[in-house]
Design a binder for this molecule. Structure first.
Ligand SMILES: NC(=O)c1ccc[n+]([C@@H]2O[C@H](COP(=O)([O-])OP(=O)(O)OC[C@H]3O[C@@H](n4cnc5c(N)ncnc54)[C@H](O)[C@@H]3O)[C@@H](O)[C@H]2O)c1
Length: 371
């Protein structure tokens, strides 16, 4: 039986992801009702309206004026997330934006400020945060399982074909997407990485276009330094197929390895610092290192989980799993690595918004790339 209270939800951008969201709302979210779709490309709007049996709009302002929706999911290309989201927030609509929040931290800041100003809920679709394994990793770190962080690594291989990049004019251009693998394919794992390791303080990075005919990066690498002196390595690309996705954290009290979706954790007895300083044994190479059995909920990761959480947050104040202000970190890191590569300098976080915007604007203005 459908619940008595249902949220009137519209989807803006009805391409691959947006159409999927419409289907999800209809089939999997009993607390929501799909009331409209909006797409700037008329055939896409018409197709979605016909498929899902709801009114269509081709401009966000008309959707807003219609008062058909109390909340929206924004699934347009990243460069228009900010404009669409802020227009809805101003009218008091709650917003879930697709990842990444935007292509620049400056625009993302404005989105977060607007949500506060207009007092609306604002979520980001980082659905992997709902994964029980990720939640168990987070719980281990939050209860001090790692202790003081010494080292963190993120390796994120993925593979995309040239045909994938050619499938949309906006894809893999500075103007249309504002970045490459760090803007589109890697944000989920980057989000998990910064949630677990915390934000580094300094970044020295390089971006490169290695195997595709695109103008943005298909590979990014960086050396990271945290405020406490911990160091780390970062790699992601769309040139290298899975498996091999991993996050490793090593600290005074323990170690965490999240590899291809599987989690292993260990704790040291005594802590490493104490073992190194105080042990009298010349040929003992490790303190006691105990595998930690973490309670992982058996529930499967449901792609609908993040949307349902957003809906239930608006209706029933269920705690929001991906509040937008907590989703800025992966974008901050992406912008920092890109800026470091463009300037040849180590970048201190938070990234200078004006400097990043100036460089991105120059890349866009001077682009001669043709698809
Ligand atoms: N959470 C995830 O796992 C996940 C997966 C894939 C894509 N995404 C995100 O979803 C977003 C869309 O990606 P996609 O693959 O669906 O792209 P897409 O090209 O398939 O669809 C984008 C749609 O937005 C429409 N559009 C463009 N500008 C618009 C505007 N200003 N107003 C209204 N409609 C507009 C286009 O006409 C198109 O129909 C991206 O930000 C991407 O990063 C998230």
């Amino acid at each position: 039986m459908a619940p008595r209270k249902r949220l009137k939800l519209a989807v803006i951008g009805t391409g691959g992801m947006g159409s999927g969201h419409c289907r999800t709302i209809l089939d999997k979210i009993p607390e929501a009702i799909l009331t409209a779709v909006c797409d700037a490309h008329v055939p896409n709007a018409e197709r979605a309206a016909a498929t899902f049996g709801v009114p269509m709009f081709t401009a966000v302002r008309d959707l807003v004026k219609s008062r058909l929706a109390e909340a929206v999911i924004v699934a347009t290309p990243h460069t228009s997330h900010a404009e669409a989201s802020i227009a809805c927030m101003k009218a008091g609509l709650h917003v879930m934006s697709e990842k990444p929040l935007s292509e620049t931290v400056g625009k993302a800041d404005r989105m977060i400020r607007a949500a506060r100003r207009y007092r609306v809920a604002f979520a980001v679709n980082f659905q992997r945060r709902m994964d029980p394994v990720v939640q168990a990793a987070r719980a281990f770190v939050d209860r001090g399982g790692i202790g003081t962080l010494y080292r963190a690594v993120m390796i994120a291989p993925e593979c995309r074909t040239q045909a994938y990049y050619d499938s949309g004019t906006w894809r893999a251009t500075w103007k249309g997407e504002g970045g490459g693998v760090m803007m589109n394919q890697a944000p989920h794992i980057m989000d998990i990485f910064v949630q677990l390791a915390g934000m580094p303080q300094r970044v020295r990075g390089t971006i490169a276009t290695v195997m595709h005919h695109i103008e943005v990066e298909d590979r990014a690498e960086a050396m990271l330094t945290w405020a406490n002196g911990a160091t780390g390595y970062f790699y992601c690309s769309t040139n290298e197929p899975l498996p091999g996705q991993m996050i490793e954290l090593f600290g005074d009290k323990g170690k965490l390895a999240y590899r291809d979706g599987k989690l292993e954790c260990w704790q040291y007895q005594p802590a490493i610092g104490s073992f190194i300083r105080k042990s009298k044994e010349a040929w003992k190479f490790s303190p006691e290192c105990k595998p930690v059995k973490l309670p992982v909920s058996q529930s499967q990761l449901e792609p609908s989980g993040s949307i349902r959480n957003f809906v239930r947050h608006v209706l029933f104040r269920e705690p929001l799993v991906v509040r937008a202000d907590t989703a800025l970190g992966s974008l901050e890191l992406a912008n920092a690595i890109t800026l470091s590569s463009w300037t040849g300098r180590e970048i201190r976080l938070p990234v200078s918004r004006t400097e990043y915007d100036r460089h991105l604007e120059r890349m866009r203005r001077t682009s001669t790339f043709r698809k």
